[in-house]
Design a protein around this ligand. Structure first.
Ligand code: TYD
Length: 392
């Protein structure tokens, strides 16, 4: 693993502070990103024990976003129509935004964060509040294999993916399908979205890396969809290579060629990316500094894990951003880790409160701009760092 990017010392992105622990020294870790030229994997080098991140306090709820709810609904309809699975299992079922689209007798959730697993359990969905591994796979699927396994934005969080894939391989029926969805490395590099890297995002996958890994487990990608979620993701349709029911679509090779054309198999591409990240940091800091010199009021929109990386890396704190609006009940009245900016319960943007709004949730830009038409009409502006720092 060769290091190419140093994002400095970072706190745990989802460890929101409250007023009691605001002045306690936070645990920080060095966020370094590297490239493995053997299997093309891009990953963070220092990882944090999973129990420190995925526990009963995990704040992220998929159902709170309209964009995500709609995306899960659309995918569920497609799955029912195209694959007609008799059994479905989701790894990382969160608060049930995906599984709730299926019949309770057909679907199983696996979710290690108790607070989230309890939500789906209470609604009558079979949910295992455990980490996905070989033991759990055997427990669930000894008598009956699964026709469709889905996992979105979860695999990138799991360090030991060998165990994960082995557990998937033993659970999946012969003609079963695995659908994985994660941020796309190509989009991340193109958009200089270095905030895809934080303690929980150990990996940002490319098609070429995933293909290499999957081949070790007798699995292969037969279709890919490039989707908008999380700032540009790939949805990979995967089968056992003994399964001849599904032909490998041209789209797979198209993605591979695009990634190779962009140089995702070469270290030099990542060195260039690191230079663009450094320049992005300087530009974003200058935008904030200049606006503050002009006494402009700046607030934030979306207390995301991504903004935790950006604000800490760029050294933008509560002197520059008065507060951040967020809709997630768990985050309200807490403080963003590291930068210690207060998070307030979302209210429609108002020109009396802000001249400029930093788009922490840039991946929901369309949804946000639609909601805040009046603010924009009244001359309110947004600051984004994607694909380069600018005022919109
Ligand atoms: P998310 O996209 O999951 O980012 P990350 O994975 O980096 O944490 O989180 C989106 C956050 O933005 C979430 O806390 C909810 C918030 N949000 C709002 O407050 N208002 C909105 O209109 C939208 C779309 C999101």
């Amino acid at each position: 693993m060769k290091k190419f990017l140093d994002l400095g010392f970072q706190p745990l992105a989802n460890s929101y502070l409250n007023s009691r622990n605001l002045h306690i020294k936070e645990k920080k870790f060095k966020l370094i990103v590297g490239f493995n030229k053997e299997n093309y994997l891009v990953s963070i080098l220092n990882t944090v024990p999973k129990e420190m991140m995925f526990n009963k306090n995990y704040p992220y709820k998929s159902s709170e976003s309209l964009t995500m709810r709609n995306a899960f609904k659309k995918l569920s309809n497609k799955i029912k129509k195209t694959f007609k699975p008799k059994s479905i299992l989701e790894i990382g079922s969160n608060d049930g935004a995906f599984i709730k689209n299926f019949n309770k007798n057909k679907v199983i959730g696996v979710e290690p964060c108790n607070n989230l697993a309890n939500i789906t359990k209470r609604k009558g969905y079979k949910t295992y509040s455990e980490y996905w591994n070989i033991n759990l796979a055997k427990k669930i699927t000894t008598n009956k294999k699964i026709d469709l396994i889905y996992s979105a934005n979860t695999l990138s969080h799991i360090k030991n993916f060998s165990e994960i894939f082995r557990a998937i391989e033993i659970s999946l029926s012969k003609n079963g399908i695995l659908i994985l969805e994660d941020p796309s490395l190509l989009e991340c590099i193109k958009k200089v979205a270095y905030d895809q890297f934080y303690c929980e995002h150990i990996y940002v996958f490319s098609t070429i890396a995933l293909q290499k890994i999957l081949s070790k487990f007798g699995l292969e990608i037969f279709d890919i969809e490039n989707i908008d979620t999380h700032g540009g993701s790939n949805r990979y349709y995967i089968k056992k290579n003994v399964n001849t029911k599904f032909k490998i679509k041209k789209k797979v090779n198209k993605n591979v060629l695009q990634e190779k054309k962009f140089g995702l198999h070469k270290f030099i591409t990542y060195k260039k990316f690191a230079k663009r990240v450094l320049s992005s940091k300087k530009k974003l800091y200058t935008i904030f500094k200049n606006l503050k010199l002009r006494k402009k009021k700046i607030i934030g929109y979306g207390a995301t894990a991504k903004s935790c990386t950006v604000l800490n890396y760029c050294k933008i704190d509560k002197d520059k951003i008065d507060f951040i609006y967020d809709t997630t009940s768990f985050k309200i009245n807490k403080y963003l880790p590291g930068s210690k900016i207060k998070i307030k319960k979302y209210k429609k943007l108002n020109r009396n409160e802000a001249d400029y709004v930093f788009l922490g949730a840039w991946n929901f830009k369309e949804e946000i701009f639609n909601k805040e038409k009046q603010f924009i009409k009244n001359g309110g502006k947004f600051i984004t760092h994607i694909p380069f720092p600018k005022i919109i």
